[in-house]
Design a protein around this ligand. Sequence first.
Ligand SMILES: [Mn+2]
Length: 240
Amino acid sequence: MSKPKIGIAANQHYQDNQAFFDQPFTYVPQGFINGVHQAGGLPFLFPIGDPELAHEYISGVDKLLLAGGQDVTPFLYDEEPRPELGATSIERDRFEIALIKEALKQNKPIFTVCRGTQLLNVTLGGTLYQDLSQYDQWRVKHDMYPTFPAFALHSITVKSNTVLAQLFGEKAQVNSYHHQAIQKIAESLTPIAWSEDGIIEAVESRDTSTRILGVQWHPELTHTSDPKEQRLFDYFVQTF
Ligand SMILES: [Mn+2]
C-alpha cells in the first residue's frame, strides 16, 4: 500500500537572511517532517504562493497539515492591529486560507497546529485574541519561551468521548508557545480541550463527517520525547 501523502504548508523566512545572500527561504520545522515520516506518511511541502494554486496542491495529497508561525492578520476578522500584535504575513494567510477551503471542498482531513488552528478558526468565521492580555481570565503562562519544549508544560482538560481523549486521556500536559488564542469560535468548530484558565487548546469539526483536528500546542517539538504527541501524528497520517 502506498504511503499517505501529507501536504504541509511551508513558511518563508523573510528577514535576517545574510547567510543566504539576503534571499528569503522556504521552510518547515523539522519536527513536522520527522513526525509524518515516523507515522508512515510522505510529507510534501507547499511553498507560499498564489491562492489559485490551492486546488492543484490539495489534489496531489491525501491530507493537509498547517504549522505554526506568524500571528494572523487581524483585518481577516475585521479588527485593527493592536499594539501587542506580533509579526504577520498576509501572503501566507491568504495562501493557507485557500488551502483550508480547498481541503474542505475535496473532503480531505486537516490537522492544524498553533497558528494553523487560529487561522482555521478565522477562515471559518471565528475571531482571535490578538494578545492574551485582552482575555480577562488570563492566569496561565501560555508563551513559555525560552523554556525548553519538553519542560514548558501546562495542563489541559480534554472532552470525553473524543479522539483526542483516546490519544491523550482527559487530563494531560502540553507545551505552550502562543500569545494569541481563539476568542469567538467558528460555528462549524467545537472546542474539545481547555487550559485551566479556559483558553481553547483544541478544536474539531462540529459536523463529524468533516475531518478537522486543531491543537494550540506544538506536537512537532516533543514527538520524540512524549509518546502521546507522536500518537497525534500517527492518528492523523494513518487513521483520520
Ligand atoms: Mn497554551
